[in-house]
Design a protein around this ligand. Structure first.
Ligand code: GTP
Ligand code: NA
Ligand code: MG
Length: 334
């Protein structure tokens, strides 16, 4: 069938970068949430997942631009930047179709930025660089939620000059790490050269551009986004929930899950076979890892990509990073 007629799943987009570059704050700005405010010491310590429906993305993208691929939405994955969580960065990047590497414009490339770039290089995942905290440039005039070109035009010559040399510095550092990169609106070879989009997670400049770019990237990763019925799902963490008992948070990467499905989960005491009692998701634009009563939607069936919460017996010792397998009638359980 024609590629444009195929059913596409939501792409998974991972936010990676050095500690405090602004990954969570950017997602808060996009979601209009305050997940960062609930983090101990403002440090992300667990992978997060948030579903952004296409209409919400469109609403934030004030730019008029052609997007030919119709994806139902975007599943964004937040990762910790702290050096001790490299396993979670690996997990996040390996389940992603595209990535956003967040760089603090006042600091340039840092240790975990480079680690993230290496992960993406090895997994051949395409990415965008969000050059964040432009509002920290000395003398920056806020233009809330404006496209970046418009915001830059309103700045003084001094700010524009500082912006220019900081961009040049980051482009040089990226080059030293094996990537050609350019500001996206000056990029003539979008398929070979990495796009840089300047952003502020505080005043929102460049957010429309960022959302537009992550929506565009799927066009070049189409093959990966063709929906398949083979289920692929990775465990993020195990939780005790007051209402649902032991649950696991997971990312449904491809395929579908149904309430009642017989699943096999890897635990540190061996494989456990169980049945899905409740199949839950947070509401759209809400972070999966933010816990609370009445925060979840019940589902009979769910299609990828989604952040899901699964309640079932025997999940206590499930291991993060392992796959969940569905046992279909006629399958050999052994
Ligand atoms: P980790 O998850 O711990 O790796 O950090 P992070 O990359 O998620 O960064 P986070 O969102 O926690 O932001 C770090 C700090 O920078 C917070 O105090 C934010 O308020 C601040 N910050 C983030 N983005 C911006 C920005 O665009 N401008 C300004 N001025 N501050 C920002
Ligand atoms: Na932080
Ligand atoms: Mg964070």
């Amino acid at each position: 069938s024609n590629v444009s007629d195929r059913e596409l799943r939501a792409p998974i987009c991972c936010f990676l970068g050095h500690v405090d570059a602004g990954k969570t704050k950017l997602l808060d700005c996009i979601r209009r949430s305050n997940v960062l405010g609930g983090e101990a010491g403002g440090i992300t310590q667990q992978i997060g997942a948030t579903y952004l429906p296409a209409e919400n993305i469109r609403e934030r993208t004030s730019l008029k631009a052609e997007v030919t691929v119709k994806v139902p939405g975007l599943l964004v994955i937040d990762t910790p930047g702290h050096q001790s969580f490299s396993n979670m960065r690996f997990r996040g990047s390996s389940l992603s179709d595209i990535a956003v590497v967040v760089v603090d414009i006042t600091r340039g490339l840092e240790r975990q930025t480079i680690e993230s770039l290496d992960l993406l290089k090895h997994s051949s995942v395409r990415f965008i660089v969000a050059l964040n905290k432009v509002d920290r440039l000395y003398g920056w005039k806020n233009c809330p939620n404006a496209p970046i070109a418009k915001a830059l035009k309103s700045q003084s010559d001094d700010v524009q000059m500082e912006f220019r040399w900081r961009v040049t510095e980051v482009v040089t550092q990226l080059m030293e790490n094996g990537f050609n990169a350019a500001l996206y609106y000056e990029n003539k070879k979008i398929k070979q050269v990495v796009n840089i989009v300047p952003t502020s997670a505080v005043s929102g400049e460049g957010i429309p551009d960022l959302l537009l770019l992550v929506r565009w990237v799927p066009e070049i990763t189409m093959e990966r986004l063709t929906y398949v019925s083979t289920m692929e799902c990775t465990v993020l963490e195990v939780n005790e929930d007051k209402d649902f008992g032991t649950t696991i948070d997971a990312v449904l990467i491809n395929g579908a899950l149904q309430k009642g499905d017989r699943i096999i989960v890897c635990t540190n005491q061996g494989p456990v076979t169980t049945n899905i009692k409740y199949l839950l998701t947070p509401y759209p634009m809400k972070e999966l890892k933010v816990k609370g009563q009445g925060m979840y939607k019940h589902h009979e069936e769910l299609k990828a990509a989604q952040g899901v919460k699964i309640a079932a017996r025997g999940l206590q010792h499930a291991m993060a990073g392992t796959a969940i397998i569905v046992v279909k009638p006629g399958d050999d359980l052994e």
